[in-house]
Design a protein. Structure first.
Length: 728
């Protein structure tokens, strides 16, 4: 028997708590102690007997109570006795009535109002509600008057191990670098137990590993998963499925458990060097000599099982006789080394190249330096294949010269090409027609000798740019072309002549005899103007005795006109023509006679030309004043005629545009004998008669009576109308 003393509201009372084990009637084993009865009593102290006037003393009543306990998940057939309430005023006569209120009162907890026994009628779950607060009170059964103040007490649900551990965040995914040391932390898993952690071992969890050994282990108290083996290789195995168990009751027998799965992935580190396949340590490749730089020759690859930048391989040439002929690049997708042609190769000069290629990791993990070196080498042998190449000219271009007017068949020059292949094939030459449309030149097809086909004129075309094609006979008939530039050398075959701006000069009427330099004249020559070319000027023999003008040669390829007399008058004669002979110093010398026009002009005292009776030189438009006046007069007359014509047409009310008589469409007046007479008129187009199918008919008017219809009187246009109808 357990005796507990506690302080009530007014007095010290004694609460007797009786404990006894709960026996399962089916299994007959002790499961857990349960509070069967909590005796709550109130002691009354009285002074009995006495005389009159003696004062009686009575102490206050008070509830004696404590916490009650009830085990959860009870599945017995009878209600569970939670405890008993008792008041010291209860004499056992049945006059006291016990009342229970609060959480679950009347539904979960019921009370015997006579004895005060409290029973639980339903199975309780601590995880749903751990305790209930109730209020007890003793009242008079007959009057329901309170005999004691109400008092609260608590019924606690006592936990049992009825909830297994749960991993709320599972399944788990974790990553750990390959080659990690033993006991490297991977991830921590955590399980929860809904049972009461403050009571017993129901919520005391222990972790263990069910699957994943011997690679991983787990700490029993913390749930931290660690590596258990050193140097786990991702290239051998990348993923592991680990199963972790959490068991309550401290892991002892009878405890509940839960599991979760952890997927662990090994991440990559650079622990593998690149390797060229041993079976291909010497790579054989070939390239045709007709390949152009930039074309691919072949590929090779150093394999590295690492991932990402750990598996990146850089390639480079480290040795060989073709390092300047070939170049390396890397395919960003396949990670292969691409060997490309850097320069032209020639089968006739070199037929085999040897190269050594190195593949290395640019990102090296210092932890694994001892496992190096992180590079490998391979040898490449590239053979050059013969190709049927086109002929090759001995020069990239040719430039020749030939004199103009040279007869047909004159030799211009020779081009030469050869076949560089092993089998030397003969060459044939030709000039493509599109480069020499007028066929000025011809070529010997066997030796490449170029000759003229017709005389050439330098003044028409000073340069001829043609192409010569060389084609090999046999094989694939490969051909090649070369540029040939032919310069036509000048020959003095054109006489000199006055310059365009020197055909006409001006002089003043008041020019005095002997005056030199009315205007300086010069000459031009279509032939090539060399620095030694010189022109001389003189009067033509037929005017050698001219009394008006003379020519003075200035000995610098120019000449001046000299006046020989005075008294010139533009009214008497305003134009003089002076034949001049011009000679050059070419070989052979050429000469020509040109006519110089001299105009006599009116000048002021300062010899400034005022007028030369040449109106086109005075008027900006190049027309004389009389011509302009005549043009303006014609325009005015034409405008007057047009205005008069329009005015007459308007006065007669005739249209400005006259149509053909056959195209005239007139409006006629229709008279309906049954209609309204002359007042009943509707206009319509005569075209309706020409196209009856498209005519819109008119209905007779019914709002008027018919009147007498007068015969139609001939009008102004009656004759035209009859004529028109006869034609139709």
């Amino acid at each position: 028997m357990l005796l507990i003393n506690f302080l009530s509201w007014s007095t010290f009372s004694l609460l007797d708590l009786n404990w006894q084990p709960l026996i399962d009637p089916e299994e007959q084993i002790i499961k857990k102690p349960m509070l069967l009865a909590g005796h709550l009593s109130l002691h009354r102290h009285r002074q009995r007997g006495g005389k009159e006037g003696q004062v009686l003393h009575r102490s206050k009543r008070g509830w004696v109570w404590n916490q009650f306990f009830v085990i959860e998940e009870y599945t017995g057939p009878d209600p569970v006795l939670v405890g008993r309430l008792h008041s010291d005023v209860d004499t056992g006569t049945g006059n006291i009535k016990y009342i229970l209120s609060g959480e679950g009162a009347g539904t979960i907890f019921v009370i015997d109002d006579k004895t005060g026994n409290i029973h639980a009628t339903k199975t309780l779950d601590r995880e749903e509600q751990a305790q209930y607060t109730l209020t007890a009170q003793a009242v008079d059964r007959h009057t329901n008057k309170p005999l004691e103040p109400p008092s609260e007490f608590i019924v606690k649900v006592q936990d049992i191990n009825d909830n297994p551990p749960e991993f709320l965040h599972g399944p788990y995914y974790a990553r750990v670098p390959e080659m990690s040391n033993v006991y490297t932390s991977v991830i921590q898993v955590t399980a929860t137990d809904a049972d009461d952690p403050t009571y017993g071992n129901s919520a005391r969890l222990v972790y263990s590993i069910l699957q994943g050994q011997p690679y991983f282990s787990v700490e029993s108290q913390t749930g931290i998963i660690r590596t258990a083996l050193p140097n786990m290789d991702r290239e051998a195995r990348q993923e592991y499925n680990v199963v972790i168990q959490a068991k309550d009751m401290g892991g002892h027998m009878g405890g509940l458990s839960g599991t979760t799965e952890v997927k662990i992935t090994l991440t990559d580190v650079n622990d593998n060097p690149p390797k060229f396949p041993l079976s291909e340590s010497v790579y054989q490749m070939s390239v045709s000599e007709d390949k152009v730089p930039g074309e691919e020759v072949g590929r090779l690859m150093a394999k590295d099982p690492d991932l990402g930048e750990n598996g990146q391989v850089n390639y480079r040439f480290v040795d060989g006789d073709g390092m300047g002929v070939f170049e390396l690049s890397t395919d960003s997708e396949t990670k292969e080394a691409i060997i490309k042609l850097k320069k032209h190769v020639d089968y006739e000069n070199k037929r085999l190249y040897t190269l050594k290629v190195e593949g290395s990791n640019p990102h090296i993990d210092p932890r694994f330096l001892a496992w190096g070196p992180y590079k490998d080498e391979a040898t490449i042998k590239i053979s050059v294949e013969d190709a049927d190449e086109p002929p090759v000219f001995m020069a990239p271009s040719y430039t020749f010269e030939v004199e103009e007017n040279a007869p047909a068949g004159t030799v211009v020059g020779r081009v030469h090409a050869k076949d560089t292949d092993v089998a030397v094939n003969p060459i044939r030459y030709m000039i493509p027609q599109y480069t020499d449309i007028e066929r000025f030149f011809s070529i010997n097809s066997e030796d490449g000798l170029i000759t003229t086909a017709k005389p050439l004129d330098r003044e028409t075309q000073a340069w001829h740019n043609i192409s010569v094609s060389a084609t090999e006979i046999g094989g694939h008939h490969q051909d090649t072309k070369v540029r040939v530039n032919i310069r036509v050398k000048d020959v003095n075959d054109n006489p000199p002549e006055l310059a365009n701006n020197n055909n006409e000069v001006f002089m003043c009427e008041s020019a005095s005899p002997g005056k030199v330099g009315i205007q300086t004249i010069s000459a031009v020559d279509k032939d090539e103007m060399g620095h030694r070319q010189h022109f001389t000027f003189s009067l033509a023999p037929e005017v050698a005795h001219n009394h008006n003008f003379s020519i003075k040669d200035n000995r610098d390829s120019t000449a001046s006109v000299v006046v020989l007399r005075k008294g010139f008058s533009r009214l008497t004669q305003d134009i003089y023509h002076l034949p001049i002979e011009i000679n050059d110093n070419g070989l052979p010398a050429m000469s020509s006679t040109n006519t110089l026009t001299i105009r006599v002009c009116s000048c002021d005292t300062k010899n400034t030309i005022l007028s030369c009776n040449v109106e086109p030189y005075v008027l900006p438009a190049g027309l004389s004043t009389g011509a302009l006046i005549a043009i303006l007069a014609c325009i005015v007359i034409l405008l007057a005629i047009v205005v008069l014509f329009v005015a007459l047409r308007r006065q007669k009310k005739e249209p400005l545009i006259v149509f053909e008589e056959e195209d005239i469409r007139e409006n006629i007046i229709t008279y309906d004998d049954e209609g309204g007479g002359e007042e009943d008129t509707e206009a319509f187009d005569i075209a309706t008669l020409q196209n009856p199918d498209g005519a819109n008919g008119f209905l007779p008017r019914k709002d008027m009576k018919p009147e007498f219809q007068y015969p139609m009187r001939p009008g102004i246009c009656a004759r035209k109308r009859k004529k028109f109808l006869r034609k139709k």
